[in-house]
Design a protein around this ligand. Structure first.
Ligand code: TRP
Length: 460
């Protein structure tokens, strides 16, 4: 069935496409991680939960659950040399029937999750296209500059349908043509530009004296604002933003050289991802507070605040085009990595051609996404099911597989980059992966469903 030499770049080359440079790998994986999760979803949920305390819980989730799982997914791919289902099968074959059960269930879960994820993600991606074309001044495409106008835009079914279709088509074409490589190379250029652009904006808001309030909002914890759901939301956001929990990072890991540690790259990707979320948050909230507005503005934060700033700046329209082009690329490179999971599943497990696989899933996801394009409720529901339950569930399975089932040799080799033996750091990681990450995920779920109190009370 699976050919370990079938790679996600399309051709069956007998060997996986490698990344020429370390920084090239980091930028490509960061291209998947950095997306609308950082620029739309992070400020949106942080605003809902009142800032500081949520940011703290979010960072804890990244460190205690996100990072160990990022390493695990990269190691699965690097040592298993395949997409998620094949990699689990290759690395746990000594476990007999447990290997079959785990590889099939985790692999299928990843495929289903990616499809549901991309369905709503593509609608959000469509909004970024709308804003890019609006900035360019495309006839008939207008940018909403107030919260109310943006809500009107969100409910405009025709626009949603058109932009979602265009965005999905762009994603499918790239994956069908197997030219992700090109987009990823472009990301090498665009990712640093996005960072520089945000730093430039940060400098501007600091110069105007708007930054203080945003910094104290984001970094002064007020724990009274945290509900049980906040913990689950922070966990879900960590999975969403780092691109973990459904096999995307396994594919990137499978491109890595088999010798060498995944730790540095995993840390770099997570650092860039979290840094961009915080940078974006500081800029967006500075602008918002300077206009005397409240932080709980919903999904429109990015779309309403920044265009308002651009409208005031000299050369604002050029800045607006430039900025939304960067955001479109960030969303596009993420959506490509999402579609790649089901497509490489069909290629590896069923020997389908890349074009057919991309067309089939592209069409199915477009259809499901139509539901999100016409109903914001459905979009939010899909987002919740995926981020709050399916991604953590997928992450927990990966923690169990890498923590308990994969043999020590490949596991430690991937972590330390050495031929044999564990290191103090790898033992720490293994402990976290075996005991802390999965237990935290279960506890947070129990807490959210108010089962924790009940369990504690009934055990007395
Ligand atoms: N991380 C991306 C974002 O922040 C979204 C994404 C791409 C993703 N691939 C993923 C999320 C895989 C979870 C799993 O926008």
């Amino acid at each position: 069935m699976s050919d370990a030499g079938t790679n996600a770049g399309g051709a069956k080359t007998g060997g996986r496409r490698g990344f020429g440079t370390k920084i090239g790998f980091i930028m490509a994986a960061a291209g998947s991680a950095v997306g609308l999760g950082n620029l739309i979803r992070f400020p949106y949920i942080t605003g809902e939960y009142g800032g500081g305390a949520f940011v703290l819980v979010y960072i804890a989730a990244v460190l205690l659950v996100g990072l160990p799982l990022m390493f695990s997914e990269l190691i699965l791919g690097q040592q298993g040399k395949s997409g998620i289902m094949g990699a689990i099968r290759n690395l746990t074959s000594h476990c007999g029937i447990a290997s079959t059960i785990m590889s099939i269930s985790t692999g299928l879960l990843a495929v289903i999750t990616c499809c549901m994820f991309l369905a709503f993600y593509s609608v959000l991606g469509g909004w970024t296209l709308h804003y890019l074309f609006g900035s360019i001044g495309f006839p008939g495409v207008e940018i909403a500059l107030s919260k109310e106008a943006f809500e009107g835009f969100q409910k405009n079914l025709q626009l949603n349908i058109v932009w979602h279709s265009v965005f999905m088509l762009l994603t499918t074409l790239v994956v069908a043509g197997g030219v992700q490589n090109g987009i990823e190379r472009l990301c090498n250029l665009l990712m640093p530009m996005l960072i520089l652009f945000l730093i430039g904006l940060l400098g501007y808001v600091a110069y105007e004296g708007w930054l203080n309030q945003a910094v104290s909002f984001l970094f002064t914890p007020d724990f009274s604002r945290l509900s049980p759901k906040a913990f689950l939301d922070a966990l879900g956001q960590a999975f969403f933003s780092l691109s973990i929990g459904m096999g995307t990072m396994v594919i990137y890991g499978s491109y890595m050289k088999q010798r060498g540690t995944v730790v540095r790259d995993g840390v770099a990707v997570s650092f860039v991802d979290t840094g961009i979320a915080l940078l974006g948050g500081m800029v967006i909230f500075s602008i918002l507070f300077s206009a005397g507005q409240k932080p709980d503005q919903g999904l429109g934060l990015l779309f309403v605040t920044l265009p308002n700033l651009f409208a005031e700046l000299p050369a604002g329209s050029v800045l607006s085009i430039f900025f939304f082009a960067l955001v479109v690329f960030a969303a596009w490179s993420s959506s490509i990595s999402l579609l790649e999971v089901p497509v490489s599943f069909l290629i590896e497990e069923f020997n389908l051609s890349r074009r057919l696989a991309a067309a089939l899933f592209g069409l199915a996801i477009w259809g499901l996404g139509m539901g999100c394009a016409v109903s914001l409720d459905f979009l939010n529901q899909l987002d919740s099911i995926v981020s709050l339950y399916l991604l953590p569930l997928g992450g927990m399975l990966v923690a169990i597989i890498v923590g308990w089932m994969v043999k020590a040799d490949p596991r430690d080799q991937g972590f330390t980059g050495r031929d044999s033996g564990a290191s103090p750091l790898s033992r720490c990681w293994l402990f976290t992966l075996r005991f802390i990450s999965p237990v935290l995920i279960v506890l947070i779920l129990l807490y959210k469903f108010e089962l924790l109190d009940w369990l504690l009370a009934s055990s007395k």
